[in-house]
Design a protein around this ligand. Sequence first.
Ligand code: AMP
Length: 398
Amino acid sequence: MKTVDQFNFSGKKALIRVDFNVPLDKQTFAVTDDTRIRAALPTIKKILADGGSVILMSHLGRPKEGPEEKYSLKHVLPTLKELLGTDVAFADDCIGESATQAAAQLQPGGVLLLENLRFYKEEEKGDEAFAQKLAALGDFYVNDAFGTAHRAHASTTIVAKFFHGKACFGLLMAAEVASLEKVLNNSEKPFTAIVGGAKVSDKIMILERLLGIADNIIIGGGMAYTFYKAMGGSIGNSLLEEERIDTAHELIKKAQEKGVNIYLPVDSVVADKFAADANTDISLSKAIDDGWMGLDIGPEAISEYVATIKQSRTLLWNGPMGVFEMEKFQNGTVEVAKAVAEATANGAYSLVGGGDSVAAVNQFGLADKVSYVSTGGGAMLEYLEGKVLPGVRAVLES
Ligand code: AMP
């Protein structure tokens, strides 16, 4: 994988696709989580250190029809300036006169941020003429936006074709791919995958793939109850995907054939309503009474999961064990997070990814106690499913 480390950017302008799609405060528009901006800094700093200049382009949110104040990337400027410790120019359009002029005026060491790419519908359509206009701004193209690498948009894929021999990956992208490759192809055994979250349907492809590489698959979250239903259990009012019962059945069968251990939560924290102030109890997951729903894994499941995690040498975690946004149902996710951190301290390699599991490790202050926290949710899932991400392919083929 060719990265910025293989080029010297002295006197050159690098057009970098970053993922600055960060959460903003609804009233003040201040950045409330700067993880993605921090993640892009090593690439930017490398180019500036070479004596090059950078032009940053990104999307922010989902604007519908052209420019919308609340989705302006200018809201990101104060945070970016502070983190970089340097001034950053802003062009109020990503193409056209203002972008062209601002790019032309850039001096070595200078940084320019372009306005939201998705103010143009051409971005998501992967429009070639739009990509060409973006391409005209820089001498090199760098893709460092792992979070959008699974999208074939103008700035993530099409633009690369205008930079023959002058396109490469940023350091974040390279680190994300290296971490995924380590887990997929170079993992120490036992390899335990922890898969949680709401739906079987979202995770089915990754579960299928994991059957070929993992020794243990730990299942938590709402998706566990479709598995119990498939095995003939009573799950009360817990989350159920009727149309996935057969899929769950097949997965259990395939796992048995391949000798992969599938762990389902023996017991659950059940609630009489989906609410933070619900009454709660502990129930066997296969025998939940009507009127009750499983919203977290129970104490027995926790001790079984924690023991398995601690014996593992490679860990991959995607999706929470319960409704961790509510205090009464966060224990399972907290204990799993702590076990992953402890295993890591004892030498295991751990990769955590997917919006909610990342939010969980951040919330519990454990992000720096795991080996790698991915910045991409959808992109990570697609990579794990075995797809070549369009954003990766485009640079490889340029
Ligand atoms: P996902 O985006 O598929 O990883 O799902 C994350 C969401 O699943 C979180 O918002 C959790 O609150 C939710 N979730 C986890 N466990 C359960 C459960 N047992 N019942 C309902 N929702 C759940």
